[in-house]
Design a protein around this ligand. Structure first.
Ligand code: HEC
Length: 227
């Protein structure tokens, strides 16, 4: 079964990687993506030998690591780059840092609902998620039953990453919020609660190198990551 591709932004802040949380480090994830036939169909060894054939790359690896490219340095280089893919400075971050007017009263009300309804018991911490394993569909089924146990996704930049859920089964953010309330909390949310929470989730959109993240102009086909 193919899974909805998770964003690489802020991946370094999650305690495990991928929907199933089956990778404990970025390096492990890189090695697996390179080797996965449906993703890169390559291997670390193949990458190392190609880099070693490129004098400019050899020079740059010597400058950075003091050695020719090898397994460890290549995995470290890619993981180090991934660690730079963080998106600070969302309006919510600014509000948390004390800028009282960084979010509107409606967005604040949405955040309060997010807390009082219990969303925050699973989506919490620096990445507003990404630090727990949970079942999906606790009260009512949620999308495809497999995999049963998921790493709770981060909600940073969630307004820019439709479609939603491990199987991409929710097309829009309001739909995802409505389904979450029912499936995970056994609550039928009102349209007003949904609108407020969606407004709050919109404040979690950060910037990369000074540019605010935006949804992709064309929603990529949900090819997904093979399990
Ligand atoms: C018991 C834990 C739990 C609670 C409570 C919970 N969630 Fe979730 N949330 C999850 C899990 C697990 C997923 C992944 C579900 C899936 O992909 O099938 C998820 C996914 C999401 C997504 C989609 C993220 C993406 O990138 O696809 C959104 C949005 C979301 N939750 C918002 C909320 C909101 C809003 C609430 C409160 C109304 C809430 N969640 C309550 C565990 C929880």
């Amino acid at each position: 079964m193919a899974l909805n591709t998770p964003t690489v932004f802020n991946a370094s802040l999650n305690f495990r990687l991928n929907w199933e949380g089956n990778f404990r480090s970025l390096e492990e994830g890189v090695e697996s993506s390179l080797g996965n036939f449906a993703i890169m169909a390559s291997s670390v060894d193949e990458v190392v030998s190609k880099l070693r054939a490129d004098p400019e790359m050899v020079r740059e690896f010597r400058a950075a690591y003091g050695i020719e490219p090898d397994r460890t340095s290549v995995l470290d280089a890619i993981a180090t780059y991934e660690r730079s893919l963080v998106t600070p400075g969302s309006r919510f971050d600014r509000w948390v840092a004390g800028e009282a007017d960084a979010i509107t009263p409606e967005e604040l009300a949405g955040y309060q609902d997010f807390k009082s309804l219990g969303c925050i018991t699973c989506h919490q911490g620096v990445n507003v998620g990404g630090n727990l394993f949970q079942r999906h569909g606790i009260f009512h089924p949620l999308g495809s039953p497999e995999p049963v146990l998921l790493r709770v996704p981060s909600l940073r930049n969630v307004a820019t990453t439709a479609p939603y859920f491990h199987d991409g089964s929710a097309a829009t953010l309001p739909e995802a919020v409505r389904i979450m309330g029912f499936a995970q909390l056994d609550r039928v949310l009102t349209d007003q609660q949904i609108a407020g929470i969606v407004a709050f989730l919109n404040t979690l959109t950060g910037s990369y190198r000074g540019q605010a993240l935006r949804p992709a102009a064309v929603t990529p086909r949900n090819g997904g990551i093979p399990r």
